[in-house]
Ligand binder design. Structure first.
Ligand code: NAD
Length: 309
């Protein structure tokens, strides 16, 4: 396995631009972005990172220096593709497009070039199933906003080698990310399985008239949501004791939501076109100003939490 120097981001959309910005944080890496269509990667990164610049998390000099190490091509036969040591794919969430993209990459890259997919839900085993060298393929699930959220789930397929997974973890660490290894290729990987177990229960509480949507969110924000970044479930269970956790589960689990289908309430909202911020109503009503504020507040909060600014 050669040293990782040239990193290719395949797909220069929202996630691809942010991933390019992250990987270019390490001066050891030259980053290239490939997309089917002409894309102003620099302008996109500048827009996405404006709050970081405004708050002094990054200086204009540092940003310009990072951008100088990011190049762009629409030419699949460019040397930027054939010279890649590691590829992170962030094209549309479509199995055929992803498989075709990796077939094109395999025909042009070295056989030891490491291939990663940023798919949020699709199986890395399936995306890589037609490749000749499947051992060099893993999932790298960056979270949105990719330039802020530290976690990247490195997901092993049924054929990924440990060596490749370890190299990818190391490369992500060296670009300031917090990689975690998901040892099995399961839907939702690690974090989305937990997140959507919580969402299922939250929706069920609203649907059953136990509390309204705003109250459910308040109950999270002012209780375990506050301590989660410091005290997560497994440590918390040990803190209170596995004996107490056992007793609580013995009493409560039979009453928790365990549906294997999207809830009737969620289904009805979707069918009525009440899809949330985009239409001004979902579980709650949203003005365009409230929706914009929610997005801006999230970024402000993340920057405060991560950088103290
Ligand atoms: N948006 C999110 O919150 C999020 C979070 C985590 C992971 N992801 C995953 O990241 C991937 C990209 O998502 P996004 O939100 O950046 O999408 P996007 O639509 O913003 O960008 C996709 C880009 O891929 C390009 N593209 C499409 N087909 C291509 C091909 N064959 N070759 C090269 N480029 C191609 C498009 O032109 C576009 O620029 C998806 O797999 C998605 O599931 C998204």
């Amino acid at each position: 396995m050669s040293e990782i120097k040239n990193i290719l981001i395949c797909g220069g959309g929202m996630m691809g631009k942010n991933i390019a910005y992250v990987m270019a944080s390490n001066p050891a890496y030259q980053v290239a972005v490939y997309d089917l269509y002409e894309t102003d990667v620099e302008a996109g990164i500048r827009t996405n990172t404006k709050q970081l610049l405004d708050k002094g998390v990054i200086t204009e000099e540092e940003l310009s220096e990072r951008l100088s190490r990011i190049s762009f091509t629409t030419d699949i036969d460019s040397e930027l593709i054939s010279n890649a040591d590691l590829v992170i794919e962030a094209v549309f969430e479509d199995m055929n497009i992803k498989q075709e993209t990796f077939a094109k990459l395999e025909a042009r890259c070295r056989k030891d070039t490491i291939f990663c997919t940023n798919s949020s839900v699709m199986s890395p085993s399936q995306i890589s199933e037609k490749l000749e060298h499947r051992e060099r393929f893993v999932g790298t699930h960056f979270w949105n906003p990719g330039h802020l959220i530290p976690l990247v789930e490195v997901v092993k397929s049924d054929a990924s080698s440990d060596e490749v997974a370890n190299i990818v973890m190391e490369v992500l660490r060296s670009a300031g990310k917090k990689p975690v290894l998901c040892k099995k290729d399961v839907p939702g990987f690690i974090a989305n399985r937990m997140q959507h177990a919580l969402w299922r229960e939250a929706i069920s509480i609203v649907e059953n008239g136990i509390a309204d949507a705003a109250t459910v969110d308040e109950a999270v924000k002012y209780s375990f949501g506050l301590r989660l970044p410091q005290l997560a479930p497994m440590e918390n269970a040990d803190m209170v004791g596995t004996d107490l956790t056992y007793n609580i589960h013995d009493y409560i689990l039979k009453d928790l939501e365990d549906s294997h289908e999207p809830s009737p309430l969620l289904t009805r909202l979707k069918e009525e076109g009440k899809i949330g911020f985009k239409t001004g109503e979902g579980f709650q009503k949203w003005t365009p100003e409230q929706a914009a504020k929610s997005n801006a507040d999230l970024n402000e909060y993340l920057i405060r939490m991560l950088y103290g600014k």
